[in-house]
Design a protein around this ligand. Sequence first.
Ligand code: ASP
Ligand code: MG
Length: 469
Amino acid sequence: MRSARPLRTMKFGGTSVGNAECVGRVAALVADEAAGAEVVVVVSAMGGVTDMLIRAATEASRGDREDWKGARQELARRHREVADTLLYAGEQAQVLPRLAEEIGNFENLCSGFSLVREITPRGMDALSSLGEKMSALLVAAALRSKGCAAEAVDATELIVTDDHFGNASPHFDETAVRTRDRLAPLRRRGLIPVVTGFRGATREGVCTTLGRGGSDYSATLIGAALESDEVWIWTDVDGVMTADPRLVPAAHIVPEISYREAAELAFFGAKVLHPKTIQPVLKRQIPVWIKNTFNPSCPGTRIGAAPAGARPGVKALTTVSKADLITVSGRDRLSFAELAARVFQSLSRDDIPTLMVTQSSADNVLCFAVHDADLLHVRSALEKAFELEILHDYIAPPEVVPQVAIVVLVGENMKGTPGISGRAFGALGRRDINIIAIAQGSSELSISLAVNAGQVKEAVTAIHEEFEL
Ligand code: ASP
Ligand code: MG
């Protein structure tokens, strides 16, 4: 189903719908856009709500009734305030009972968790994504109060996933069919669908979530399903930056980056995008814009196919400030292949991502970096995997270099450009910053350098200056 007007899928993040004033701003933006384009909206929960829900559930499962009673009040208060400020009386009469219903669901789930002293992953998904249901109701009602026909839609009716609760993977084709079918009648009637981000459902209809920050992913899934002309991700920053501005004050917005560059930046923790966001739009080459709700006149960053003839070299830097390097040595007892196979198998069982990997083969040494938050987990996984070998002194216990930071240089056009690593090394060397480990793959899309965590600011600044970003 196509109309002559361009179709834009627009996602609004938690801060963009954080209070009544913000929701009002979103409604105005959507109403404006809807004058010239067909708009499909995807929303996150109000900022902080998901954290609060998860905390309340955790406390409930420990038998603490106070925390979730407090969370219940807060949930009611924040959503009620938006309704009171923005909605006409008629709308309030419709929406308040539906908000109350969700708050009832929250209470039932928490009291269930507190009775059994346990949270099942399935129960957690139903609970942690209630914020999205509530914000979708409010944003749709705020649009109607502005005279724009709109309807809240629960993404459990659109996004079909596996049953990996907490971090479910969508089935793309089924999602596309369901999304198109469910939204077609609304679109025909000229209604703006306001879809809950973050949520999906299994084929059997059980609610799942797409991982923290997953509403970006919801937006590109829905955008791709509808063959949108563009996906706009509205957030609280002006776009993708050349580096983290808290580390490099001279950092600035990158007007255009490629899909691969964006995916690389997101993987290494650039906060602006959920790491899986790019996947759904790649095939159809749908451009994704990052825009700032609080500064809508700034054009933002366009993520799309790599522009021809772009400037060679580094496009942006990203950093993982809290990481650890782990070294496992097979001595001459285990071949490198066997060592690596067993290390990665033990990590894959718990879905632990590695940030960089290097091999120094003379002594069968494998070195890799993980997020500091995963360290304890990784250590015990490795100790278990190599229990016998360590006991018999076949291999050394894994060694950890703690408190490293990883600085990543990203750029599609670094490929085949000589001298980039040399310049980065030089910039660090001149400032006496030691590089602990290095990784670059043959795609030459990124170069990762591990440095002492205490020197991360200086390191990123040096590289930012060197490449005149
Ligand atoms: N509300 C969810 C979260 O905080 C999803 C999102 O914001 O994208 O993780
Ligand atoms: Mg968010």
